[in-house]
Design a protein around this ligand. Structure first.
Ligand code: FE2
Length: 319
């Protein structure tokens, strides 16, 4: 039985997994108002919520700390201050209860739980979140990046635009509500092979808001960026000849993106997989789930554990 702790960014998540089955998955998200994530404030939120979330997860799973075999935690990539709260909490529990720890790469956890739940094996992976936008394949235990954003993550595009138009809590899901029923206005479309760029799109959209209405520009921002994601995904699909596509990460919760990818996969005759929302937003269960997969190779003594803010999935190393 694995306890997973996620703390890469604005969410402190915990979850308990046993033999691939999720027994609990309860977290809490820091919601900044009128600003982006200030790492120190998010880290304080995580420290304050740690004990409460641990109790809630143990209660939901109906287990005690003594029943847990190992503690998996997010090793990176992420915000240093936030990662360290998860690490320190995990170390404290590991030392107190005499458990081993498993450092988990955050994108790896998103990918593995999406694969496991959707049942799409050996897929082309589209990983889309606030900080990350990557097209990946796994080959012989290593991940290869086929394409990625050259500037910001697609989720960050929505958050930054939300702040630009004065949303108090600027978040992709809130912006998606505003975008409903909007009309299309042309925005820059920047695809370079299998790479993407979103910064020009953000600048242009921010200017366009002064001319038109917020709803139309928000709608067009989603349509344009998702069309870009579909184009690069389809190109990678034909290059790799994989028989399925999964989408994972926070932005994978967006139903319009899911719909566009699903119809693309249908046309191309390949499978499409996506996990339920609770596993696409940052969560502890995915860390526990991935920790269980790498348990044999990944177990370490608490004093040998650290964090790596720039831990890209293509640098994944299983100790
Ligand atoms: Fe994430």
């Amino acid at each position: 039985m694995i306890l997973g702790i996620e703390s890469t960014a604005h969410t402190l998540g915990m979850g308990i997994v046993h033999k691939g089955k999720v027994l609990s998955n309860i977290g809490d998200t820091y919601k900044p108002k009128n600003e982006g994530i200030i790492p120190r404030k998010a880290a304080d939120h995580h420290a304050e919520k740690f004990a409460e979330l641990l109790r809630a997860n143990l209660h939901k799973a109906g287990v005690r700390m003594e029943d847990v075999d190992a503690i998996a935690y997010s090793e990176g990539p992420g915000l240093g201050a936030c990662l360290k709260v998860g690490l320190v909490g995990a170390k404290y529990l590991a030392l107190k209860y005499g458990k081993k720890m498993i450092g988990v790469n955050h994108p790896y956890a998103h990918i593995k739980i999406a694969e496991g739940i959707s049942g799409v094996r050996n897929p082309l992976i589209l990983y889309v979140s606030g900080g990350n936008t990557q097209l990946l394949i796994e080959k012989e235990g290593k991940f290869r990046v086929l394409g990625e954003t050259l500037d910001m993550g697609v989720g960050n595009l929505f958050d930054a635009f939300g702040r630009e138009i004065g949303m108090e809590y600027a978040h992709g899901a809130e912006l998606a509500k505003l975008a409903e029923g909007g009309k299309y206005v042309p925005l820059p479309y920047v695809v370079k092979g299998m790479n993407l760029s979103f910064s020009g799109l953000l600048t242009h959209a921010a200017k366009e808001v002064n001319k038109g209405n917020k709803k139309d520009v928000a709608y067009s921002l989603f349509e344009t960026s998702f069309a870009m994601l579909c184009e690069v995904t389809e190109r990678a699909l034909f290059l790799t000849r994989r028989k399925g596509v999964i989408v994972c990460g926070g932005v994978a919760q967006n139903k319009r993106l899911q719909g566009m990818l699903r119809s693309m996969c249908k046309e191309d005759g390949v499978k499409f997989g996506v996990a339920p929302d609770e596993f696409n937003r940052d969560n502890g269960a995915m860390i526990a789930y991935a920790g269980e997969l790498i348990m044999k190779k990944g177990m370490r003594a608490p004093e040998k554990c650290g964090v790596d803010q720039d831990y890209r999935v293509d640098k994944l190393r299983l100790h």
